[in-house]
Design a protein around this ligand. Structure first.
Ligand code: SAH
Ligand code: SF4
Ligand code: F3S
Length: 470
């Protein structure tokens, strides 16, 4: 199998920054007259929002197109989480300029977090933009498009306390037909000092559980076999003080044992024993928790306003292992070089990683965001070179841990939901096990959407490689 590892393993999973990865939808040909090209950046919630936007525009007579030159309307759904994410969007707008020069009727709209953060400033800074629409204003898009048609600029960056788009059935874009994401809440009330999300997404609000269950049932009937419940902080889901996240999870798990359930993101301060026990109770709730720590130093965690310290976090990890066992996947987000972080404090992040043995992490250099508490109260004083060095050490540590964790899985049989072809070869399929590990195996005559048992024979830090058994 040695040759196969280099041929088919997906090693870029270790370092990809999703905030600068773009999503483009497939072509839809339902005979509508106008064409929408929508490109999305940022987190999964942003990709979900693009599906809501597409649903709203379909009613207005639009089909999606993957060919930007064919579009009547270009929407770019943006992310502000780090400076780099915004730079990527600005470069794209320059490229749209070239297209618009040839096609003056073209409408260009900036949606999402960058629209919310910059508001009308975007119109001044980027002359090409006709529409600026924040994350809570998508129902207003038909109206904003009409304004643009009349040669006016359309702006709506109103943030709502209620909007959850609960009644809008998303048009699944970029879908493999097997795994789907369902937003269960919007916004965030946490105010981590480094983070722009509370400013771009507004106050936290939960979505009506009936609409969540109906959407999950619907996609199961359409052949999907996995849902991921999405929110910036799913464990604080709360519907009228009657349904908390543990109950919601249970309701979704009961739809059908063949429907896998995942969720993201869990804030360490909010994930309860109840949630862990519910995960244990239902075979189809995947044993995987994304539990971002951000830093291993209690002083830095205090400055970050994460509301837990190192010890508290480690106790939570112990509790997870106690209730769900050592096979439960745990992943994290890490920020290198936050304001005033010393070398010693950085090393505490590395030793915390050693203790937890994360399966996987998203790792970032601290990027100061205007208007956040950290930007107002602290100095971004760690030199870029030092930040980079620390990030590299964190990445190297994660690489070692991922490999170590994956090696434990060799010679074991895993239940895998097939998601489609492997990224490198059509002769191989890929899917994930309960703990969210990517597993690649020969295609044979198997099809996506089915569950198979795979005996893992080898691994890299990013991928398990094996063969199906009957
Ligand atoms: N709600 C999730 C995270 C959403 S943002 C949570 O609380 O865990 C995703 C990740 O981006 C964060 O976990 C953090 O690691 C990173 N991030 C956020 N703001 C950042 C900044 N200013 N600089 C660098 N990374 C940042
Ligand atoms: Fe940002 Fe913190 Fe909210 Fe996550 S929990 S979105 S990091 S403020
Ligand atoms: Fe980015 Fe907004 Fe998501 S800032 S990470 S797109 S909530």
């Amino acid at each position: 199998m040695g040759r196969l590892i280099s041929d088919i393993a997906v090693t870029d999973r270790i370092t990809e920054d999703k905030s600068i990865t773009k999503h483009i939808p497939v072509d839809e040909k339902t005979g509508k007259t106008k064409k929408l090209y929508i490109e999305s950046y940022g987190c999964q919630m942003n990709f979900s929002d693009s599906e809501i936007v597409t649903s709203i525009l379909k009613r207005e007579g639009f089909d999606t197109t993957s060919d930007i030159n064919n579009a009547d309307v270009i929407f770019i759904n943006t992310c502000s989480i780090r400076e780099k994410a915004e730079q990527t969007v600005r470069r794209r707008l320059q490229q749209f300029n070239v297209i618009k020069a040839k096609k003056p009727d073209l409408t260009v709209g900036v949606l999402g977090c960058m629209a919310e953060r910059l508001k009308t400033k975007l119109l001044e800074e980027e002359k090409i933009v006709d529409i600026v629409a924040g994350p809570d204003s998508y129902r207003d898009l038909p109206n904003l498009l009409n304004q643009a048609d009349e040669g006016l600029k359309g702006v709506n960056t109103f943030l709502s306390r209620e909007e959850t788009y609960a009644d809008i059935s998303p048009v699944r874009l970029n879908s493999n037909g097997v795994t789907a994401f369902i937003s269960i809440m919007r916004g965030c009330d946490n105010m981590c000092s480094f983070c722009v999300v509370p400013f771009t997404r507004g106050r936290e609000r939960s979505r009506d559980p009936d609409s969540i269950i109906n959407e999950a049932k619907q996609i199961f009937d359409q052949g999907y076999r996995e849902v991921t419940l999405l929110g910036q902080n799913v464990d604080s889901y709360n519907w009228n003080a009657q349904i908390n996240f543990a109950l919601l999870l249970e309701m979704v798990a009961r739809i059908n044992p063949e429907l896998r359930v995942r969720f993201s993101t869990s804030h360490p301060k909010d994930i309860t024993d109840d949630v862990l026990f519910t995960m244990n109770k239902y075979e189809n709730i995947c044993t995987y928790i994304h539990l971002p720590v951000q830093s291993g130093s209690s002083r830095i965690l205090g400055l970050m306003n994460r509301t837990y310290d190192r010890e508290w976090y480690l106790n939570k990890v112990d509790r997870i292992r106690e209730i769900l066992g050592n096979d439960c996947g745990i992943s994290s987000d890490m920020i290198a070089g936050f304001c005033s972080e010393t070398d010693e404090e950085h090393k505490e992040t590395l030793t915390l990683m050693d203790y937890v043995k994360y399966d996987f992490s998203y790792m970032f250099i601290y990027s100061e965001r205007p208007g956040t508490p950290a930007a107002k109260n602290f100095t971004d004083d760690i030199r870029e070179q030092v930040k980079k060095k620390r990030l590299q050490e964190i990445i190297d540590k994660q690489q070692t841990l991922s490999l170590e964790r994956n090696k434990r899985e060799v010679n074991k049989v895993h239940r895998v939901l097939i998601e489609g072809h492997s990224k490198r070869s059509n002769d191989y399929l890929q899917g994930r096990n309960s703990a969210n590990k990517v597993i690649v195996f020969p295609r044979k005559n198997l099809r996506k959407g089915k569950y198979v048992n795979v005996l893992v024979e080898s691994c890299t830090a990013a991928t398990l490689i094996g063969n199906t058994i009957t």
